[in-house]
Ligand binder design. Sequence first.
Ligand SMILES: Cc1cc2nc3c(=O)[nH]c(=O)nc-3n(C[C@H](O)[C@H](O)[C@H](O)COP(=O)(O)OP(=O)(O)OC[C@H]3O[C@@H](n4cnc5c(N)ncnc54)[C@H](O)[C@@H]3O)c2cc1C
Length: 372
Amino acid sequence: MKHLVLAGGGHAHLEVLRQFGAQRALGHRLTVINPDRHSPYSGMLPGLIAGHYAWQQCHVDLGGLCDRAGAELVLAQVTSLDPETRTIMLDNGCTLHWDLLSLNTGSTPDLAAVPGAHEHVVPIKPMSGFLRAWAALLRSMPEGASRPARVTVVGGGAGGVEVVLAIHHRMQVEGFGRSAISLVTNELLPTYPPRVRHVVTHALDAARIDLLKGRRAVEVKPGTLHFASGPALPTTFTVWITGAAAPPWLARSRLATDARGFLTVDGSLRSVSHPWVLAAGDVASLASRPVPKAGVYAVRQGPALAEDLMRLLRDNPPIAYKPQRRFLSLLSLGERRAVASWGNWAVAGAWVWKLKDRIDRAFMRRYLREDE
Ligand SMILES: Cc1cc2nc3c(=O)[nH]c(=O)nc-3n(C[C@H](O)[C@H](O)[C@H](O)COP(=O)(O)OP(=O)(O)OC[C@H]3O[C@@H](n4cnc5c(N)ncnc54)[C@H](O)[C@@H]3O)c2cc1C
């Protein structure tokens, strides 16, 4: 009997567990390591912030999936791993030995580059930490509060745009309309077509969100954000959604990584240096064709990863995973509207939000028990 360890309850591992659960007898020992019993679905996070969804609607019951797959769920975080001795160390002091390891631990916003960020901002990931801070902010603002919040979102990519518009929408609904909200970014949606930037700029204007473009945050102090040039910005709640960074423990592991520190994998999602370690989602970097750090890739890699893990447990060669070239991007705009884009084509409206809502709910339904 082999011991397969799945580190991280990311999107790809949810699918692995679902498939293993459907097949019943895996015939091998299976352990899952994740800090929480529930896994957040990032596609619905902006809707949760905006108040369109309840917490349970956007979190997969990882514990339930583990039960159905016959896996032991260890509530902990990986702190280091040694691919030579096939051991993994956890923050609860335990060490696990494994035969086959799969990593799907995601990425975090890059805080290291800006002094003071660690101490004074709220990173969007881990999402559980962000959601606690957001709930505390809402609780601390009684209706008609005499001291309105100054909310700043740093990062003008897809996540930053969705989150700042969701925060604005929720503040309006809760009656905190006097709060000042800013979006700070080098560039707005640099990888998106002009039509999407136009729709988003219009939505930011209509919401009176202060868009500070061409700004590079260089330091965070209590209550102020400082830039390479221009005046500092007063801020009481600063959300950090800048480019994805790799977990520092990966750099210490001797596994081959790309220049940004993400685990380099081959076409079968196996480490190019240690093929008995696999990885999917944000933590992995495909050697043949790097793909953006987006949940859609983690989701699509799930079935291929499940198949490969099963084949490797049976000593069969793995199959190759082929990433899609483009994907349909759906950005929510705070209220129940969204903008869709595919290559250079883009369209916005309430019906786009309904489409996104249907897709997101269908994703969540896959991971419910049959009788739920
Ligand atoms: C606001 C927002 C909205 C987004 N919307 C979209 C969208 O609509 N579409 C899209 O494609 N992408 C979206 N993204 C990007 C998306 O969040 C990521 O690309 C995606 O979550 C990556 O999935 P993953 O499975 O690799 O990891 P994750 O979803 O981040 O899951 C990683 C899991 O591993 C756990 N973990 C982390 N570290 C450890 C550790 N050391 N030990 C054990 N467990 C650990 C975490 O708790 C988590 O459960 C969005 C991002 C943000 C911030």
